[in-house]
Design a protein around this ligand. Structure first.
Ligand code: NAD
Length: 433
């Protein structure tokens, strides 16, 4: 099939590359010309394991191309995938300006029947809104379908090739057949729904996962007070198939470009129909506070933090990505500098994005985990990169001013810490030394 993807970010680029790899002819469009130039040169503007090799292979085979010219891409395509961003407005609602603009551009460029397949996460009713924008600008026939994206950054390619399910929201038989065919090599589990239900499935899924995280984080906070170990509690819970073990890792809370914005948007979607989503509001509030446990633990270990040097390992919101949107590190580092600390920060791939994400004073950007730890009064692990898991803690302890380790992701085992003199604080597990 001929496919165009509008928006070449974490979702659009991965989808475009993977559909090309399945043998389709794909044109990826982005309005960011610099991004398009990089992509044409074989450079991937984001960090996503395996993506560059697959992109270069499919571009060389002539199945994948990049442009900023929407009309050219629209005219060639039978299926147009919308994958532009839907960031939060200040009130938490999804900002639909990129979706609306893309819909107008598609409408003005159309030269015949098109299927517009929305992968961007959009509030219930948005696909109808897209339909009315396009219908107001062209008399040509088209259909709009909601096919929400569930990939995770860091494992996006494998998630795209082996999704747990594909959801296709449509009221058209033609679209149902065409999009089922498009996805037939990817998933056995294809659920056809109406458009509004498909839109809701995406928000409900993210809200449920966020709820699991905030739930286990609150259990962890109680475990700390009653002397239980949340990792064992989570394991014991996870064996129950009704609960499942995924998303029961206690830590410093969720971040990233999806959960924070999608939970806020769902609270707004509910509010717009006068439903007070009390449970989800609590999930969001628990998450906002959880990251500050790092500060509380530092204060427990060091007392007044003013004048202290704190090493930070990990800036990305999770490992294997350079995405720092809503990363817990943003607020933790902001609070540490507000309290008068000098921060020494290191991340294997997200340093540049993080530096650009705010105006950070008193932060020393380090080029290795050892240089961040050197001469620090405490070390905080905020992202569970493999590199940190393999750290030689005996050496790290020697180069620090004081052996204080706050493990925000429960990366280290009791046995590994027992071989060191670290004063060790983790999440929902007993302190050591
Ligand atoms: P992103 O910000 O990485 O990429 C969006 C891209 O769209 C940008 O490159 C931007 O320049 C481009 N763009 C905006 N308007 C355009 C237009 N009119 N024409 C051409 N290009 C345009 O966003 P993302 O993280 O890929 O997310 C995209 C959507 O997918 C969002 O709705 C998001 O919620 C959803 N989603 C994201 C993930 C994820 O892990 N990132 C997972 C599932 C769903």
């Amino acid at each position: 099939m001929n496919i165009s993807v509008i928006g070449t970010g974490y979702v659009g680029l991965v989808s475009g590359v993977c559909f090309a790899d399945l043998g389709h002819k794909v044109t990826c469009v982005d309005k960011d010309i610099q991004k398009v130039m990089k992509l044409r040169n074989g450079e991937v503007p984001i960090y996503e394991p395996g993506l560059q090799e697959l992109m270069v292979k499919n571009a060389a085979a002539g199945r994948l191309s990049f442009t900023h010219d929407v009309p050219e891409a629209v005219q060639d395509a039978e299926i147009i995938i919308l994958a532009v961003g839907t960031p939060s407005l200040p009130n938490g609602e999804a900002n639909l300006q990129y979706i609306e603009q893309a819909a107008r551009e598609i409408a003005l460029a159309m030269n015949g029947y098109k299927i517009i397949m929305t992968k961007s996460t959009v509030p219930v009713g948005t696909n109808e809104h897209i339909r009315s924008i396009i219908a107001s600008l062209t008399e040509l026939p088209f259909d709009v379908a909601s096919v929400p994206e569930f990939l995770r950054e860091g494992s996006a390619i494998s998630d795209t090739f082996h999704p747990d399910r594909i959801v296709i929201g449509t009221d058209s038989e033609t679209v149902k057949e065409k999009l089922t065919e498009l996805h037939s090599k990817l998933a056995n589990n294809i659920l056809i729904t109406d458009v509004r239900s498909a839109e809701m499935i995406k928000y409900a899924s993210n809200a449920f996962l966020a709820t699991k995280i905030s739930f286990i984080n609150e259990i962890a906070n109680i475990c700390e007070k009653v002397g239980a170990d949340v990792t064992l509690v989570a394991r014991g819970m996870g064996y129950d198939r009704r609960i499942g073990s995924a998303f029961l890792s206690a830590g410093i809370g969720y971040g990233g470009s999806c959960f924070p914005k999608d939970t806020d948007a769902l609270i707004q979607i509910a509010g717009n129909v006068e439903y007070d989503f009390k449970l989800l509001k609590s999930v969001v509030n628990v998450n906002k506070d959880q990251r500050f446990n790092v500060i509380r633990k530092l204060q427990e270990a060091l007392g007044d933090l003013s004048g202290k040097t704190i090493a930070i390992w990990g800036l990305a919101f999770k490992p294997n990505t350079d995405d720092v949107r809503y990363a817990p590190a943003i607020e933790i580092i902001g609070e540490l500098t507000r309290l008068g600390c000098t921060v020494k920060a290191y991340d294997p791939v997200a340093m540049e994005n993080f530096r650009k994400s705010g105006n950070y004073e008193n932060v020393i950007w380090c080029d290795a985990m050892t240089s961040a730890a050197a001469d620090s009064d405490a070390l905080c692990l905020l992202t569970e990169w493999d590199e940190f898991k393999k750290a030689d803690l005996a050496y790290i302890e020697k180069i620090m001013n004081q052996p204080v380790l706050i493990d925000g992701r429960n990366v280290f085992t009791k046995d590994k810490i027992a071989l060191t003199n670290f004063h060790y604080y983790s999440v929902g597990r007993p302190n050591i030394n």
